[in-house]
Design a protein around this ligand. Structure first.
Ligand SMILES: [Zn+2]
Length: 630
């Protein structure tokens, strides 16, 4: 619909409601008004309050139209009489319905002027209706000037005060009015309204666009329609596309939100910070992103609590997006999402006025990923789960006497090697020095857990490094040992969790991971873990740069804080050097990441520190022993 200037009529004016039945989302107000009209119970003053753009002024005009219809007062104005046509949404207006904008005419002089005119009877119609818009802008003197009129009005006079701030309307005036509070329009009603308008305008709009408009409109019909107006104006031959709407409205692309939630669910820190980088690179405001992320968490919380939330209209999302969000809710779990939402909410407050919103966004992501940093119950739950895992690993039943003796920290102190120094022959026949796996020989403790039992034909010493021909996974009895105290980690329990620890070490430092190939857990007493390694390596391994990586990894896997002691006095033979391949891990809870961590032997060899490799070759091939035995 274009007028003669060629300018399109704004959607908000074009689709303005003409009757109370057409007012959307305000049934709590329009229903009682309709009843009052049909019962002819007319008050002389009405107060319409509520947020901007939700239909107050439109409703005031509809009220005037309903009162002055030739068949009125009626809830359904005829639409054909003079008054109805004049008061139609785009009609010229009626001489007996006077609209006053109090923002510009709220002074005492205006009020006195109004008071004098108000006593003249209506020219043609039943009522003389004054619609005072922005009524909170009327000054106190202005209200006082009107007071007498509102208290004792002539029969034909009706006031409608419309305001966003009813509290600013003089109390004595307000007490004479019937107060009808308008509300923000619910998303469902707004969306249906927008769909109707798009159909009427015959413009194609991609389904995900409307929720964006509804959200951006914030429950105001006027704002929502202005936004839609702008989108329709810029629509190409394909109509309004999601990409165009996202760009124009400055909202975060749902794909970025999806990426962030998926990365958080997977615990993939690289993807989390990569997404932040893309948000900033794409020119999005980090605050806006955090706010949109919070909206998503809200949806996930609802989906976790009410799985059919999408079908019940609690979540405004297209079908396929709702299915993906259900999946995200399941992966994260209700407790975690709630905690995330609280973190983002707090960060949004912190972001106000910060000069570096990106930094705050990154910090909040760090906070989400670190359950240890928080002490609330959700974070504690997450930590509890880890403790349970630790308990399961440590609390294995049937400790044999020998195994206990071997594994009990008291008998495996920090210097196990001197009690049974390995003869050089051990290098030739790995494991020969420990014919019985159950024997309390410290050597058995130096064996990594997927050890080659002695009864198997040993490899000749000159063959390829043992690490390249990993033995079949077999848990020697010593591994099943337990300190007998549930939840307390002994060396054996720790060895079962070792592959997971090594995985995490590898993420931080491949060098540390390589060094650990040559070390074994010989004891775990309290928070002290003793590793044994060849002397030259022990020195390197004992360096803070390596132990701190290992301590962090231990904390991640089993919680708690740990001290690491590296014992270099024990010369470990080649048998001990053999490193467990990740694929061979007999860990009680296989880490799903194992699938991706399996490496070819050659690949593994490539990552070994050349220094370590050289040392190993010297030992293996030439029987060399470090001179410096510490
Ligand atoms: Zn009429």
């Amino acid at each position: 619909m274009a007028d003669n200037t060629g300018v399109n009529l704004a959607l908000y004016r074009k689709y303005r409601s003409a009757t109370f039945a057409e007012v959307i989302g305000q049934e709590h107000v329009t229903e009682p008004l309709r009843h009052a009209l049909s019962n002819s119970r007319i008050n002389h003053a009405y107060l319409f309050s509520g947020p901007r753009g939700c239909g107050k002024t439109s409703s005031a005009r509809i009220l005037a139209r309903s009162l002055n219809c030739i068949q009125g007062p009626t809830p359904d104005p005829c639409g054909v009489c003079d008054s109805c046509r004049e008061l139609a949404p785009n009609g010229p207006g009626s001489i007996d319905v006077i609209e006053i904008d109090a923002a510009s005419h709220g002074g005492v002089d205006d009020a006195r002027d109004l008071r004098e005119r108000a006593f003249f009877a209506p020219v043609r119609d039943r009522y003389k209706v004054y619609i005072i818009d922005e009524a909170h802008m009327v000054t106190t003197q202005g209200f006082n000037a009107l007071l007498k009129l509102v208290e004792e009005p002539p029969d034909f006079l009706v006031f409608v005060f419309a305001t966003t701030e009813p509290d600013k309307v003089l109390t004595t005036i307000r007490s004479r009015t019937h107060h009808y509070p308008f509300r923000l329009i619910p998303p469902g009603a707004m969306r249906a309204h927008l769909e109707k308008i798009c159909t009427a305008e015959s413009i194609t709009v991609e389904p995900p666009v409307l929720p964006l408009v509804v959200r951006a409109g914030g429950g105001s019909a006027r704002d929502s329609l202005s936004i839609l107006d702008q989108l329709l104006a810029g629509a190409g031959p394909d109509g309004v596309t999601y990409a165009r709407a996202v760009a124009l409205l400055g909202v975060t692309d749902g794909a970025l939100i999806d990426d962030m939630v998926d990365a958080l669910a997977a615990g993939d820190a690289a993807a989390v910070y990569g997404t932040i980088d893309r948000v900033v690179e794409a020119g999005h405001d980090p605050r806006r992103f955090a706010s949109d992320l919070l909206d998503r968490f809200r949806d996930l919380i609802l989906l976790d609590a009410v799985p059919e939330a999408a079908a019940r209209g609690l979540i405004d999302a297209p079908q396929d997006a709702a299915a993906h969000m259900s999946d995200q809710a399941t992966r994260l779990g209700g407790g975690t999402v709630t905690r995330y939402a609280e973190i983002v909410h707090t960060a949004l407050i912190e972001m106000r006025g910060t000069t570096s919103p990106r930094l705050v966004l990154e910090l909040l992501c760090a906070r989400m990923q670190l359950p240890d940093a928080a002490t609330d119950s959700a974070a504690l739950l997450q930590r509890l789960e880890r403790l349970e895992r630790r308990y399961t690993a440590a609390g294995s039943p049937e400790p044999t006497a020998e195994a206990s003796a071997a594994a009990t920290p008291k008998t495996a102190p920090t210097k196990p090697a001197p009690t049974a120094p390995r003869p050089p022959a051990a290098k030739v026949a790995p494991g020969a020095a420990a014919p019985s796996p159950a024997a309390p020989d410290p050597a058995s403790q130096r064996e990594p857990w997927p050890t080659a039992p002695a009864k198997q034909a040993p490899e000749p010493a000159g063959a390829a490094p043992a690490a390249k021909t990993p033995p079949p996974p077999e848990v020697p009895p010593a591994e099943q040992a337990s300190s007998g105290v549930p939840g307390e980690l002994d060396a054996a329990a720790l060895r079962r969790l070792w592959p997971e620890v090594l995985d995490i070490v590898k993420l931080s430092s491949r060098r540390t991971r390589a060094l650990l190939d040559n070390a074994q857990i010989t004891a775990a007493v309290g928070d002290l873990i003793t590793l044994s390694a060849p002397a030259a390596l022990a020195k390197m391994l004992a360096d803070e740069s390596n132990t701190s990586v290992l301590r962090t990894a231990l904390t991640k896997v089993v919680g708690g804080t740990w001290r690491i002691d590296v014992d270099g006095s024990g010369s470990t033979g080649p048998a001990a050097v053999e490193a467990p391949e990740p694929a061979q891990r007999p860990g009680p809870e296989p880490d799903p990441r194992d699938d991706t961590e399996i490496e070819a032997p050659g690949e593994r060899a490539a990552e070994v520190d050349p220094e370590v490799e050289a040392l190993r070759l010297l030992q293996d091939q030439l029987g060399a022993r470090p001179v410096d035995e510490k």
